[in-house]
Design a protein around this ligand. Sequence first.
Ligand code: NAP
Length: 355
Amino acid sequence: MATGLKSAVLGATGYSGLELTRILLRHPRLEKPVLLLRGGENGAGATDLADVFPELSGNGGYPLHSLSWSALQQQGVRLLFLATPHEASRALVPEALAHGLRVIDLSGAWRLKQAQHRAIYDFQDSDSATATDVTEKAVYGLPELNGGRIASAELVANPGCYPTAALLALLPLARGGLIDETREVVIDAASGVTGAGRTLKRDLLFGEVAEDFRAYAAGNEHRHLPELKAALAREGGFTGDLVFTPHLLPVKRGILETIHVPLARVIDRATAEGIYDTVYANEPCVAVLHGAMPSLKDVVYRNRVAIGVAVVANVRRPRLTVIAAIDNLVKGAAGQAIQNMNVMLGLPETAGLTC
Ligand SMILES: NC(=O)c1ccc[n+]([C@@H]2O[C@H](COP(=O)([O-])OP(=O)(O)OC[C@H]3O[C@@H](n4cnc5c(N)ncnc54)[C@H](OP(=O)(O)O)[C@@H]3O)[C@@H](O)[C@H]2O)c1
């Protein structure tokens, strides 16, 4: 049964936009989305999404259209997904809102407050009245935390993939005052190569990545870190230090984060698991494992975070190892965007999703 709601996607020729389009096409309550094309590197010369992804051919076609605000209005589009680079989203969101669209943006363009943006992205507009106004409207789209605010949002800033896993792992402990903030929380995270997008990069060629494993942006250089710190402070009252080291994993999709948490007091494993069970009792997309640790198999192609904990033995001060796994393209991007959309439209939170 369709609600008559029509959405549009810009960026369907990229990895997260394709994932989003696939979910929208099978969503039980939405019309077929309008697919918009820039036609840069990925979609050059394409008129149908099957020109870019031949595996989609034979299903009646997925025409690609140029972006036109008036055409979107005439087609009755109410909701726009942007699966585009930060700079493109930064320019397009104010225009989309001005044309009465609700927007879910998968990029980092609207996740942070102005001062933090200036430090990371060097957006030219950071001081403008429009950017300030749009920033105030943006709701950070982690439904497990912000469901109430997402429901009425005009603009949802979908969280980054690494922060999604880390926040869902750390917030229950932060909110319970269990983290010893005089010591660092250390996050060793590894992502499959689709996390870097579909644009050609020499470092991501099969010959460079296969059978290798390497860190990048070591020394707290990754731009997801300010987003993670801001959300931990805002939602969990945590103001301690983080050490975040991402790694490139030679698989297509999936993120696994091993998080070393200094504890303010001794707790055993059952107590730690019980904290997650309580916090996530009504969250369909969070799987708390008992006596086990997650692996990518538990989460790929699902809109799920899987979390496992172990108490660290033989150390002088109490410490917990928390492992969180997600599919970067699903719970880390497109699936979470659909989960947010469901909340915005008052639909069941998991409609169209496999958690
Ligand atoms: N990949 C992930 O795991 C992941 C996870 C969370 C969030 N994100 C975020 O999601 C966004 C998309 O990431 P991705 O990995 O899917 O990237 P991608 O595979 O490189 O795709 C980018 C898409 O954006 C389009 N595009 C590029 N520049 C544009 C512009 N100036 N105006 C309009 N469209 C433009 C491209 O279209 P053409 O080349 O056809 O022009 C392509 O469809 C990024 O902001 C990324 O940070 C990605």
